[in-house]
Design a protein around this ligand. Structure first.
Ligand SMILES: [Zn+2]
Length: 373
């Protein structure tokens, strides 16, 4: 006899007595919850120095009073709440063939309420969604006007550079748009990410073809970025959220905030002009992420080239290093510089991949390995 289950039970019985294992019908739900939480904490503690993985299933999760005590990865392997409810409803109808529509409705409602109450994880997630805009609304304060003025001035400088470097590869509409940006306030520094979070949360909630549980998972992952472009609010403005930097490091000075925002400004500006037409991957799910991956690679490639040529931000580093390596390699298959740059500024994702595929270099395959690195 040496199973870990036996060892754990012995440990618990010795410390708390066998009453700890009494079932619901005898002691009621609340007592079972209390006991389960004791067991769970004791087991965590007992196994803290081992490399054992503790797996809780949904039935067990229901006995945890406070979802915050759950440690580690959360993997949702369960049907959606809707599915649970409709399964119960089916069963109820089967077992009660004489039930009236009202009774069925009443049962369904009761079942929905119970499932909501019994599943603390679900409740925790729901609660997070409810308070989402508040969480993202950090309480830091900073001189957003000074940062905005500084970034606006630099944005105009960088737009001139972009025009000089890449103007010949742009369409007349793009040049016109660039000139228009030069005359407007294309940078906005926001005090918090509340509007951004709300906007993203609505988008997630409205997205079709994903289950409600996947939605909750998406909402849980939602983070305010340091900056984003004009597509989020369709306002042709780059939005900055220095509050994100301050949340991580409250001691940053205005000068440091300016510098950190400035570093990503060229990248964000290039997004206005590098918008290759997307590839429809409905029938090619293995190419998931190809549009975004390529676009970020093209944008950051140009951003890096400008920064190097003009000696800006010697420590510039983005998360798009592997994207840039990939697009540089792919584009090197196109020998003419002007043709290459036309693809960057006016190509479609499909064109770029078609043109860069050779017998030696299958760019879809290369994309998959670059993406999965
Ligand atoms: Zn980007």
């Amino acid at each position: 006899m040496g199973t870990i289950e036996y060892e754990l039970k012995q440990m618990l019985v010795k410390k708390y007595g066998s009453a700890l294992f009494e079932n619901i019908t005898k002691v009621g739900m609340n007592k079972v919850k209390e006991n389960f939480t004791i067991m769970y904490n004791e087991i965590l503690n007992y196994l803290s120095n081992s490399n054992k993985t503790i797996v809780l299933d949904v039935t067990q999760l229901r006995f945890i009073n406070d979802a915050k005590i759950i440690k580690g990865e959360f993997v949702a392997l369960r049907p959606s709440l809707q599915t649970c409810v409709s399964q119960s409803r089916e069963r109820f109808i089967q077992n009660n063939p004489q039930a009236t529509a009202e009774q069925i409705q009443e049962y369904t409602q009761k079942r929905t309420n119970i499932l909501h109450q019994l599943n603390p994880i679900m409740n925790e997630l729901l609660a997070q969604v409810d308070v989402l805009p508040d969480i993202k609304d950090s309480k830091v304060s900073f001189d957003n006007v000074a940062i905005q003025d500084f970034l606006l001035e630099n944005a105009r400088k960088y737009l001139e550079i972009i025009k000089n470097e890449y103007g010949t590869f742009m369409s007349s509409e793009q040049i016109q748009f660039l000139n228009q940006l030069l005359m407007t306030n294309c940078v906005e520094v926001n005090l918090n990410g509340k509007d951004y979070s709300l906007n993203q949360a609505n988008e997630i909630n409205d997205s079709p073809n994903i289950t409600s549980f996947e939605k909750l998972e998406e909402l849980r992952k939602l983070n305010v970025p340091l900056a984003h472009g004009g597509r989020v609010f369709a306002d042709n403005k780059i939005h900055f959220y220095p509050s994100v930097l301050l949340a991580a490091n409250p001691n940053l000075s205005t000068a440091e905030l300016k510098q950190k925002c400035d570093e990503v400004l060229i990248h964000e500006l290039l997004h206005f002009f590098i918008r290759p037409e997307s590839l429809d991957i409905t029938n090619m799910p293995e190419l998931k992420g190809i549009n975004n991956f390529t676009t970020e690679g093209l944008v950051d490639m140009c951003a890096r080239d400008i920064q190097q040529k003009y000696g800006l931000f010697s420590h510039y580093n983005s998360e798009y290093g592997s994207n840039v390596i990939f697009v540089r390699e792919a584009l090197s298959n196109i020998s003419s510089l002007s043709e290459r740059m036309q693809f960057v500024f006016n190509g479609s994702i499909e064109q770029i991949y078609q043109q860069t595929s050779t017998a030696m270099y299958n760019s879809y395959q290369q994309f998959i390995s670059a993406r999965d690195k």
